[in-house]
Design a binder for this molecule. Structure first.
Ligand code: SF4
Length: 380
């Protein structure tokens, strides 16, 4: 008995086939948990010099040894691939429920290969793996997409999916699971390049069985009791990661003015307490009593009336003091602004490239669907 499932699912989008494979026990011993296992498979299976956005690249979804066991905080799962941002092997970690559902389905690893001929999504249920058309799902953002998948496949459906940025191959597009994202390295871009809008799972719950279930259950109980009383858990539960801003500001290491400075005098306006005033609900991951996420309304500006989960500490400094902005509504609004701006700029670039011109700007390097045929362009 083990908390590993011992199996991987290989999905080929080019020929719409799938098959299960045993993962050699030696791999688990030599390559620790999700990240190690992913690196091993990518090292063995990817040819050097492949284009990250070509069908040759592979997208790996993995969950580690303790994932889905009920141990607090072990909902985390990992996405690995060759990154279109760095050109290197990359891993991006996220929460939500999808990773645990993978384990319920009996897989430690899902390998996605090839490229679908048309926009598609993959659904896994007790009957097997289904390749489905995603024409009607195109243009949906992650929240509406996940709702639609639940309506179609049942309320217990969990998915890993891309939004509009992923569809349009924005280089740093993310993969969503619930309100959580695998944000780094453009893993959503790789998914978009495969014409894969989502992979969803709805299977009966099949919890991994530890070697000694009674002892394991006792350990979980101890962990829960410690966490119940722990002050850090209370703070994270109430304020979430925004509580960190004041601490790092006090230490003089708050990234400020493009790292030229390390603190701001108006830190109270970006404190956890200030963001708590905007909090409208909680968000969290599977089997985590901390539930550090916070839903917030955007109350001002052109995006007033919408809602986001966050911002987290990293977003606050990156869209706040780093850009010399010091009010808590500004990072919230700016996220929505950047999102909308990228969509508009991307549509403009597509038009320019379709007219046969190159477009070169200062900051980012983007590749369009046309780019897959060899037309790179740059954008500001
Ligand atoms: S809710 Fe927060 S603390 Fe809990 S697993 Fe998710 S990210 Fe981590």
């Amino acid at each position: 008995m083990s908390t590993y499932s011992g199996k991987l699912l290989r999905i080929n989008l080019s020929d719409t086939t799938s098959n299960e494979e045993e993962i050699p026990t030696q791999f688990y011993k030599s390559f620790i948990s999700a990240r190690g296992l992913g690196a091993k498979y990518l090292y063995d299976e990817l040819s050097p010099n492949i284009d990250p956005l070509s069908p040759d690249n592979k997208l790996l979804l993995l969950i580690g040894v303790l994932g889905g066991t009920g141990l607090q905080g072990f909902s985390k799962w990992t996405v690995m691939s060759k990154s279109p941002l760095t050109g290197t092997i990359f891993r991006s970690v996220t929460g939500g429920n999808f990773g645990v559902w993978m384990k319920h389905a009996g897989y430690d690893l899902i390998i996605i290969e090839g490229q679908a001929a048309k926009p598609s999504y993959v659904h896994i249920d007790a009957q097997g793996v289904h390749f489905l058309e995603a024409k009607d799902l195109l243009g949906l953002d992650y929240r509406r997409l996940q709702e639609r998948l639940k309506e179609t496949h049942g309320a217990r459906t969990e998915s890993a999916c891309i939004g509009i940025a992923g569809e349009n191959l924005v280089r740093y597009a993310v993969i969503h699971s619930g309100e959580r994202t695998a944000s780094r390295g453009g893993m959503g871009t790789v998914m978009g390049s495969k014409n894969l809008k989502a992979i969803s799972i709805n299977v009966p719950i099949k919890k991994p069985a530890p070697f000694d279930p009674a002892t394991f259950k006792g350990l979980i109980k101890t962990q829960v009791n410690i966490l119940k009383e722990h002050p850090r858990k209370q703070t994270m539960n109430t304020l979430g990661t925004p509580y960190i801003t004041k601490i790092v500001n006090m230490m003089g290491i708050l990234p400020t003015k493009n790292y030229q400075e390390g603190s701001i005098p108006t830190i109270e306006d970006l404190s956890g307490d200030k963001f708590f005033e905007l909090k409208k609900g909680r968000a969290g991951c599977y089997a985590c009593m901390t539930r550090c996420g916070g839903m917030r309304d955007v109350t001002l500006g052109p995006f007033g009336g919408s809602q986001i989960d966050g911002p987290e500490y990293e977003t606050i400094f990156a869209f706040g003091p780093l850009l010399v902005r010091d009010r808590c509504q500004r990072p919230v609004r700016r996220i929505r602004y950047r999102y909308d701006q990228h969509r508009r700029v991307h549509r403009l670039c597509l038009r320019i490239v379709r007219q046969g011109h190159n477009f070169i700007g200062r900051y980012g390097r983007f590749k369009t669907h046309l780019g897959q045929q060899g037309s790179n362009f740059f954008f500001d």
